[in-house]
Design a protein around this ligand. Structure first.
Ligand code: TXA
Ligand code: MG
Length: 349
């Protein structure tokens, strides 16, 4: 299959491209599109064929449900059978934006889209190109992240191209995802609102609107022995080919340890990379140092994380050392992804 690649300027959207993409979606095809978090791989959420094509293109296990992207709040009433007041309040505050809500599903949503579950994940993205595509096509768009299953999510059209060229109908290049980590997922289908995946909308932000919110127990679990409620969170994810190790401790210790390990590995002929904050990047002696951005602006670190992990694969790095981050606010989402990528390989100094 030839994959059409088109650039769209979010501030001056070329509607002929949106038209072309809409036609593909209406014919049960696959279109990758930008969102403010990561690129999504879209298909018609209400068609069996659409969801099945997504699973095939990504190589994704079919018990891993998809998020349905909508353009207006009324669409929730079509897709969900129960809408608690908390969902109305959260939508008012955070939609359009990087928040996905899990609600009890309506019959109209096929179980292929929900991985066999009785609940459905719904999100209204804020990216202008995404909203235009949803509203213009009139389609509820099921979209997982547009990467091959197991690889880091794509934050650039180039990442989508690397993974899915030849396997999908179209890629809309709308520039880099501003946030760079997937949406926060909150489960509102049971009595206690529960975060299933941390993201840019933090626990504190959610609690300010709806009161106490819990974290899925599996998120605190250090060795993956508790089964997460979001099926996708159980898979090994984001892992680079090289051996990734997170190093925790005070600044001087971390730098000294990483430089020592770098020297040892280099002496044995290995290529070594470091994921560093801007404050420290110049202090490392590795073959390749990826400057994630300043520790004072964790949103910058979040934005660059997946590009860094992909870059190391391209450069065939054997060992990768990463600084660690505080486990709250956006740092919680960063550490959640980093720890998965490292397969829980953390050195505490
Ligand atoms: O930011 C995002 O959410 C991006 C963009 C494209 O919108 N999408 C995304 O989709 O990250 P995906 O498929 O890569 O991750 C969806 C996660 C998976 O972990 C899946 O298991 C979980 O959401 N999920 C979907 N439906 C669910 C449900 N009904 N109950 C529990 N978890 C669900
Ligand atoms: Mg994903």
């Amino acid at each position: 299959m030839e994959t059409i690649l088109k650039k769209v300027d979010a501030n001056n959207i070329d509607m002929t491209i949106i038209d072309e993409a809409s036609d593909i979606l209406k014919k049960e095809g696959l279109v990758a599109f930008p969102t403010e978090t990561v690129y999504g791989l879209g298909a018609n959420a209400l068609s069996l064929e659409g969801a099945q094509k997504i699973y095939t293109a990504k190589g994704r296990p079919s018990d891993n449900p998809l998020i349905i992207h909508i353009g207006k709040f009324e669409d929730v009433k079509v897709l969900a059978s129960q809408i608690p007041d908390s969902a109305v309040q959260l939508a008012k505050h955070f939609w359009p934006g990087p928040l996905t809500m899990i609600l009890k599903k309506n019959d109209i949503v096929p179980t292929t889209t929900t991985g066999g579950l009785g609940t459905v994940a719904i999100r209204m993205p804020s990216n202008k190109v995404a909203l235009e595509l949803i509203n213009h096509s009139g389609i509820y768009i099921a979209a997982p992240s547009a990467n091959t299953s197991g690889r880091p999510s794509p934050t650039k059209a180039q990442h989508v191209y690397e993974d899915l060229n030849g396997k999908i109908d179209m890629i809309i290049d709308g520039g880099d995802g501003e946030i760079g980590l997937e949406s926060t997922i909150i489960d509102l289908s049971e009595d206690v609102p529960t975060i299933l995946r941390p993201g840019a909308i933090t626990k504190a932000m959610l609690e300010a609107v709806i009161g106490p919110v819990e974290l899925d127990k599996a998120l605190e679990n250090k060795d993956d022995t508790i089964r997460p409620k979001a099926p996708g969170m159980k898979y090994r994810h984001y892992a680079p080919k090289g051996n990734l190790c997170i190093v925790e401790g005070n600044k001087e210790e971390v730098i000294a340890y990483i430089n020592e390990q770098t020297q040892l590995n280099k002496a044995n002929g290995y290529k070594v990379a470091v994921m560093a904050t801007s404050e420290n990047a110049h202090l490392y002696k590795a073959d390749y140092v990826y400057d994630l951005g300043s520790r004072a602006y964790e949103a910058q670190v979040a934005k660059h994380l997946y590009d860094a992990l992909r870059r190391f694969d391209g450069l065939d790095m054997d060992f990768i050392y990463s600084e660690s981050f505080d486990n709250h606010n956006v740092g919680q989402a960063i550490m959640n992804r980093l720890i998965k990528a490292a397969g829980h390989n953390i050195i505490r100094l």
